[in-house]
Design a protein around this ligand. Structure first.
Ligand SMILES: *Cc1c(COP(=O)(O)O)cnc(C)c1O
Length: 360
């Protein structure tokens, strides 16, 4: 069996060295004589791994002491409801900035729980840009401002942190967490589904400032209350043990290769190669304004739309898989998360060049 370059938007590539380690550890994990998915989450071995995973994530991201790291289930999508339930009252106003499909979904869900004010919506640019912050229509006293650090479908990423006076900024970092260093202290809450840059699906990481915990509405279900996770080291009920363990391996790997500054420079290199190739070509295009182009998800269109299907078919045959764009926008999308090696991007560019020569 030959391996492929996996450009999937999620679940997505995991570093090959981590996959090898899982395989090696799997039947007899940590000397327990059983696999990690059979071990008790309350046992000594798992608890140690769980704590080490958290402390390594704290180290990587420089999480300040007054922030908690919670390990939750339900995907990033469940956070769309947990956030308003925990951080706002039903009568209060919450601000949302929409820069693509995920932000739109978050705002729609938020409106079931609070009065949503859309402070900005990039729909006028067809979600290829981010409006200047000076032009946002922020509320005078919102309970929080919600944003999406990287819009996975449109490939639009912030290159700034908004200035929200005295209100917590809540950000969906599902597809860009761990891709670059980040100043956690500028945010009230950061959340990310694991299946892009962290590990297997089933785990969601929530990094929350301590003073925002314990304010949930009285009707909030126990498992949707951040305090439940904070009080129990995220083990009120059985956590997603396999995802947690693999996330731990990924964090160790990132530390081993030099941390987030190192990974950021690799990510800049990969993204620049691909954007530069697309921009010099008459055959391919990327619609996103340069300042806001994502380093993780790079959508591109062919000049001749009728060749798309052929592009997908041939690229797949060449071992470049999952390049089909999201069904809502069409075209192609290369997701080049941390685990994608530079060789994958170089191979993709070679393929694109050949395809252009044969079809342009
Ligand atoms: C993938 C993704 C989601 C949805 O994640 P689930 O874990 O499937 O709920 C939400 N927001 C962003 C930015 C994403 O990339």
């Amino acid at each position: 069996m030959t391996l492929v370059h996996n450009f999937s938007a999620g679940p997505s590539a995991i570093p090959k060295i981590v996959i090898e380690q899982i395989r090696c550890d799997f039947p007899n994990w940590n000397g327990t004589g059983m696999s990690v998915i059979e071990a008790s989450h309350r046992g000594k071995e798992f608890k140690e791994i769980a704590q080490e995973t958290e402390s390594n994530l704290r180290l990587l991201l420089g999480v300040p002491k007054n922030y908690q790291v919670l390990f939750v289930q339900g995907g990033a999508s469940l956070q769309f409801s947990m956030i308003p339930l925990n951080l706002s009252a039903s009568t209060s106003v919450v601000d949302y900035v929409i820069t693509g499909s995920w932000g739109k979904k978050a705002a729609k869900e938020g409106s079931k729980f609070s009065k949503v004010n859309i402070a900005s919506d990039s729909i006028h640019s067809n979600y290829t840009s981010i409006q200047n912050e000076e032009d946002w229509r922020k509320s005078a006293n919102a309970d929080y401002l919600h944003m999406t650090s990287n819009e996975t479908i449109g490939g639009v990423e912030y290159n700034f942190i908004p200035r929200a006076k005295n209100i917590p900024i809540v950000t969906d970092m599902s597809s860009s967490i761990l891709s670059r260093p980040v100043d956690i202290s500028k945010y009230g809450l950061i959340y990310a589904g694991a299946q892009k840059n962290i590990g297997p699906a089933g785990l969601t990481i929530v990094i929350i400032r301590e003073d925002l915990i314990g304010k949930a509405r009285s009707e909030t279900p126990t498992l949707l209350n951040y305090k439940t996770y904070s009080d129990s080291n995220s083990m009120y009920n059985t956590p997603p043990v396999f995802s947690w363990y693999v996330a731990g391996l990924v964090f160790k790997y990132l530390i081993d290769i030099g941390g987030l500054s190192k990974i950021e420079s690799l990510n800049i290199e990969k993204a620049s190669l691909l954007y530069e190739y697309i921009d010099q070509s008459e055959f391919y295009s990327n619609p996103v304004k340069e300042d806001y182009r994502s380093r993780m998800n790079i959508p591109f269109l062919l000049k001749d739309k009728s060749k798309e299907e052929e592009f997908i078919k041939q690229s797949h045959r060449a071992g470049l898989v999952n390049l089909k764009g999201h069904r809502s926008v069409g075209g192609m999308r290369a997701s080049i998360y941390n685990a994608l090696e530079i060789a994958a991007v170089n191979d993709l560019i070679s393929f694109m060049r050949d395809f252009e020569n044969n079809n342009g």
